[in-house]
Design a protein around this ligand. Structure first.
Ligand SMILES: C[S@@+](CC[C@H](N)C(=O)[O-])C[C@H]1O[C@@H](n2cnc3c(N)ncnc32)[C@H](O)[C@@H]1O
Length: 221
């Protein structure tokens, strides 16, 4: 599916998020700078077309590994980042082809929701990070069951967004999948609990939009 939507992915991301997606990535990187940690080796996991990796360049890394399942996405990623720093790798989050304790930072932008076995991916991410390494997740989490947020979420994600997304991407289902993947995902609170259970300390959790789009900063203990 991600191979299929790769040509229109960036444009639609910007349009459907009201041009906020890059703002969320930038603000995540600003906070990582504020933490005053060194980030020589960075993993941009589920890197897609490389927008988060491109922001990570501001952290002055020696190497960024862009890891994704989709070759078509990696081809676009390759064009966005300098080739002496960026190492695109076809890999799945469940089995990362990296040494234990190698990375100073792992970032995932709008990726964890797609992982089939989230627990084992979190364990893998913890493995490849150095102790004290940082893990940042930007994601659309399932909103709380009731209230205005839930009703607005359903109206926009279930009714409006699939019509625009499927038409503009020429896909019959990709943007229906987006609604289902958020609706079937866990809340940000459950995600934080999962990280804590698997060796991370939560540093900060930022609500970017209606409690649906959140950025979670964690540290490997
Ligand atoms: C919504 S895109 C996000 C791209 C990018 N990180 C961003 O900020 O826009 C999700 C990406 O996750 C990748 N993906 C899905 N499941 C994966 C897995 N198990 N391992 C690695 N990548 C995966 C897809 O191929 C896709 O490129």
């Amino acid at each position: 599916m991600f191979d299929e939507i790769s040509p229109t992915y960036d444009k639609l991301n910007h349009l459907l998020s009201g041009y906020q997606d890059n703002r969320w990535r930038k603000s995540a990187v600003k906070y990582l700078q504020f933490l005053q940690h060194e980030y020589p080796f960075i993993l941009d996991l589920a890197s897609g077309s490389g927008d988060l990796g491109a922001e990570f360049l501001k952290l002055k890394p020696q190497k960024i590994f862009s890891a994704d399942l989709s070759l078509e996405m990696l081809k676009i990623d390759r064009q966005k980042l300098p080739e002496d720093i960026n190492y695109p790798v076809k890999a799945e989050a469940e089995h990362l082809p990296f040494k234990t304790g190698y990375f100073d930072l792992c970032g995932i932008g709008f990726g964890v929701r797609n992982f089939e076995n989230l627990d084992s991916c979190i364990i893998e991410i913890c493995r490849v990070l150095k102790p004290g390494g940082r893990f940042v997740t930007i994601e659309m989490f399932k909103p709380a069951k009731s209230g205005l947020t839930n009703r607005s979420f359903r109206l926009y994600f279930e009714k409006i967004l699939p019509k625009i997304g499927n038409t503009l991407s020429s896909s019959n289902f990709a943007y229906d999948y987006l609604f289902e993947s958020v609706d079937n995902f866990i809340t940000v609170q459950s995600y934080e609990n999962l990280l804590q259970k698997n060796g991370f300390k939560i540093l900060r959790s930022k609500n970017n939009f209606l409690g649906i789009v959140n950025t979670v900063f964690a540290e490997k203990m």
